[in-house]
Write a protein that binds this ligand. Structure first.
Ligand SMILES: [Zn+2]
Length: 589
């Protein structure tokens, strides 16, 4: 699986990393590229004035940012054309369809820019000029690729004439009209030739030579080649890139392997089907398959020895057996007990969240779904929903509890933080102590939580309003503890305040920890929000216009859980701000 991501600056870590990978592909796929041309890419992206064109980089990358191919498109707005500078798959990746997907994306972009068409260079296939049969074959393959799109060489000119005898590094100037019946005037093409040669090869050719090449285009309108390798062009240009109007839905399908049958354990498998049943009554969702989140991403959020312990301890337990902590060796953390069952209190914060055979696997599955949802936001989704259990927001860097083992929302936020600023909004009835703990010293992830006051609500030890973050993170953690009896009106006033803080922070992404245990009659909560109140929550949250991942957390009254979830998403859909959604995907000059 890969996605095409558009890069227009070098500010974020993920963009810089992608650019370095692109440079490596250039080095290997285009060994004749001059080193100064290799190193100029970041400058090119940053400084359109110097180069007299704006550079748009498209990378085909997988969910963890490994670049599989790229294309650079130069937008020359003064002459209203796009010029495809380079397009390439990573070494060993050709034939995987990456080139085709990239070229489709480039054409979409050109259409949205409203340019006359795309110009590009392609190596010549003339046996009179090229001696090496292998190179000739490769060049023919490239021309065939473009022919499918109706992209042909402009004929009858000296663009591809060797400057010196024996020079085989020769290119046609090609034109893609983007499926329109456009007649290109001679003068227009001469302007294009001058612009391309001056701006791209100004240090190689003098003005006189450039003028000579430009004037060699004599036909008016210019004449294009005809199909030689395909019968007729088949690829129609795709419509302008549209963000999806639906919500990407990722479900932790193997959640039910984690089933604690002990009396009163309300975090039960039935929670997922009751929600799905209600969501299926709507047309809001597009189901997408979860991908595997890499362990190194989880290690950025949880301590390695904690992860290893969970994995080891769970594997060691027979099916059906649960272990609960009985001692908490807090006085001597340097000497945890040797016995694996006694160690559990070293990593756990309460006495009611057990370990069992499948807790690790199910929790990992929940992380996979959250990261998949986050990744959908980098594609064309404005909203994604990870419907998962076990929940995650109580899981701290090195401790589990409150039915949570891995903090899925935090891993997703960590993933998104490579691409921009992130706000996490926790609306579960219980304080998101895990997420607070993980990001407490960071300013690139804002954490905001609305919850029952810790003096009466779990986890009791955190969630106070004076916990505001530390060091770099000071001021970037905001808690709204509310009284035991809180009305829907009070709740919405507080939510409004929380959203104002988020708006000021101006994040690129938002992660919502959606606990539905704020509902009336929830066995773990004391408030009484009803379906209509959840719809209002959804509407208010969605109205911020920020690309948002929603991760399922608590909510234990299974009779109303599904309906409340459906109403929440109804509110989300009511909020849909198309204009804001467009902004993220199509950034014009
Ligand atoms: Zn909760």
């Amino acid at each position: 699986m890969f996605r095409i991501r558009k890069i227009y600056d070098v500010t974020s870590a993920a963009n810089r990393d992608a650019i370095e990978q692109v440079q490596e592909i250039m080095r290997r796929q285009f060994p004749r590229t001059r080193s100064k041309d290799l190193s100029k890419l970041p400058r090119q992206l940053n400084d359109p004035l110097q180069y007299q064109y704006r550079t748009i980089l498209f990378v085909a990358e997988n969910a963890v940012g490994k670049v599989k191919g790229f294309a650079t498109l130069l937008h020359m707005s003064d002459i209203n054309i796009a010029y495809l500078e380079l397009i390439s798959a990573a070494p060993g990746k050709s034939g995987g369809g990456i080139g085709g997907v990239l070229y489709d994306r480039v054409r979409e972009e050109a259409l949205s820019l409203g340019v006359l068409g795309i110009f590009l260079e392609c190596s010549v296939d003339d046996p009179a000029l090229i001696n090496d049969p292998e190179i000739l074959k490769e060049n023919a393959r490239r021309l065939k690729f473009y022919e499918q799109y109706g992209t042909f060489p402009i004929l009858n000119n000296i663009y591809a004439t060797p400057a010196e005898p024996g020079d085989e590094d020769l290119y046609f100037l090609m034109y893609d009209s983007l499926g329109r019946d456009t007649r290109l005037s001679r003068e227009r093409v001469r302007d294009v030739v001058r612009a391309v040669l001056e701006r791209k090869y100004g240090d190689l050719f003098d003005k006189q030579h450039i003028e000579m090449v430009a004037r060699s285009f004599r036909d008016d309108p210019v004449v294009l080649g005809t199909p030689k390798y395909v019968r007729r062009p088949t690829k129609t240009p795709v419509s302008i890139y549209q963000p999806s109007n639906s919500i990407a839905l990722v479900v932790n399908e193997s959640h039910n392997i984690h089933h604690v049958t002990d009396r009163g354990y309300v975090e039960a498998p039935v929670r997922i089907p009751v929600i799905l049943h209600e969501l299926n009554k709507t047309q809001y969702f597009t189901r997408i398959k979860p991908i595997n989140a890499p362990d190194r991403l989880i290690r950025r959020v949880h301590d390695k020895d904690y992860i290893d312990y969970l994995n080891r301890a769970c594997k060691s337990l027979p099916l059906g057996k649960s272990i609960y902590p009985i001692i908490f060796p807090i006085r001597n953390v340097l000497r945890p007990p040797k016995d694996i069952e006694l160690q559990v209190g070293y990593y756990c914060m309460d006495t009611f969240t057990p370990l069992n055979r499948n807790a690790y696997l199910a929790a990992h599955g929940a992380v996979d779904c959250a990261v998949t949802g986050a990744s959908a936001l980098l594609e064309n989704y404005h909203f994604a929903y990870a419907l998962v259990r076990p929940p995650g927001h109580h899981a701290e860097r090195r401790a589990f509890g409150g039915f949570c083992y891995f903090n899925s929302a935090a891993v997703a936020a960590e993933y998104l933080s490579d691409y921009g600023r992130v706000a996490v909004l926790d609306v579960d009835f219980h304080h998101g102590n895990g997420t607070q703990d993980i990001f407490y010293e960071r300013s690139d992830v804002l954490t905001v939580s609305i919850h029952g006051h810790p003096k009466f609500a779990y986890p009791h030890f955190s969630g106070f309003s004076d916990e505001k973050g530390q060091r770099e993170g000071e001021g970037f953690n905001i808690n709204f503890p509310l009284p035991e009896s809180t009305t829907a009106e009070q709740y919405h006033r507080t939510l409004n305040k929380a959203l104002k803080h988020i708006k000021v922070y101006n994040p690129d992404f938002m992660v919502v920890c959606l606990g539905l245990d704020t509902a009336k009659s929830d066995p773990t909560g004391t408030w009484s929000l009803r379906a209509g109140d959840f719809r209002e929550n959804g509407r208010m949250i969605g109205s911020l216009g920020i690309a948002t991942l929603i991760v399922q957390e608590g909510g234990y009254r299974t009779r109303t859980l599904g309906t409340n979830a459906r109403y929440f998403f109804e509110g989300i859909m009511m909020s849909t701000h198309k204009k804001d959604m467009q902004k993220k995907f199509i950034r014009l000059n």
